[in-house]
Design a protein around this ligand. Structure first.
Ligand SMILES: [Zn+2]
Length: 206
C-alpha cells in the first residue's frame, strides 16, 4: 500500500485527494496530483530523494522524518511537493520503533503518531493512560507536558500492543530486567543519630 503525501513549503502534510485525472496532457498520473493541488501552471519535475537530498516527510505528522530512495515531484514555482511512498506500514513501524527507543521524552505529535499506529481513538488512549480525554488532548497538542510516567506508559503500551514483534520481545525482556533489578536492589539504610536531644539523619554512602 502506498500513501500519497502532498504538502507545500510550510506546515503539515495532507494526503492528496483521489480525484479523477483532469483534462490536461500530462506525462503520468503523478503529475496530475501536483498540478491539481495548486493553481500555478508550472510543470512539476520528478526528483530522486537521496540521503544527501532527502524528501521531508511532514505528511506523517512529525517534522523530523526524512526519506531517501523514493521518487517525488516538485513544482519549481510554488515549491509544492508530492511523493508516492511505498510500504507505508513498514515505514511507520520503523518510525514508531525509533520513537519508542529515543532517549528524549516524547513530544505531543510523537504520542499522536504512536496512538494512531495502534488504531486507538484519543479518548480510548486517554482511558488506557488513566487520564480524562481533555488532559490527553492537551498532551498531544503540547498544551500540557505529561509527566515522565505517561511517557513511559505510552512507550510500554506501544511496545506490548503494536504489530512490531521484535520491539515487543525487547520490551518484555527489558521490563523483566527492570522489575527484577528493582526486586534485587538493596534498600538504602535509614539511619539517624540523636544529638542535643534531637534526631539527625545520617547520610549513607551510595
Ligand atoms: Zn506550482
Amino acid at each position: 500500500m502506498a500513501l500519497r503525501d502532498f504538502h507545500g513549503r510550510h506546515g503539515r502534510g495532507a494526503v492528496a485527494p483521489d480525484h479523477p485525472p483532469v483534462a490536461r496532457t500530462m506525462p503520468d498520473r503523478h503529475h496530475h496530483k501536483v498540478v491539481e493541488a495548486h493553481d500555478c501552471e508550472e510543470f512539476p519535475v520528478e526528483l530522486q530523494a537521496t540521503l544527501s537530498k532527502p524528501y521531508h516527510y511532514v505528511g506523517c505528522g512529525l517534522n523530523n522524518v526524512y526519506l531517501a530512495g523514493i521518487r517525488y515531484w516538485l513544482c519549481g514555482r510554488c515549491r509544492k511537493q508530492y511523493a508516492e511512498i511505498p510500504a507505508i506500514k513498514e515505514l511507520h513501524r520503523l518510525i514508531a520503533r525509533a520513537l519508542v527507543c529515543q532517549p528524549a521524552l516524547l513530544r505531543g505529535e510523537e504520542m499522536r503518531f504512536l496512538r494512531k499506529r495502534l488504531g486507538k481513538k484519543s479518548a480510548e488512549f486517554a482511558a488506557i493512560l488513566g487520564v480524562v480525554p481533555e488532559t490527553y488532548s492537551r498532551f498531544e497538542n503540547e498544551k500540557q507536558e505529561p509527566s515522565p510516567t505517561y511517557d513511559h506508559l505510552v512507550r510500554l503500551y506501544y511496545a506490548l500492543h503494536s504489530d512490531d514483534v521484535e520491539l515487543s520481545s525487547v520490551a518484555r525482556s527489558a521490563t523483566d530486567a527492570v522489575l527484577g533489578a528493582k526486586k534485587k536492589a538493596r534498600r538504602p539504610r535509614i539511619a539517624a543519630t540523636m544529638k542535643d536531644n534531637e534526631w539527625h539523619p545520617v547520610p549513607q554512602a551510595a
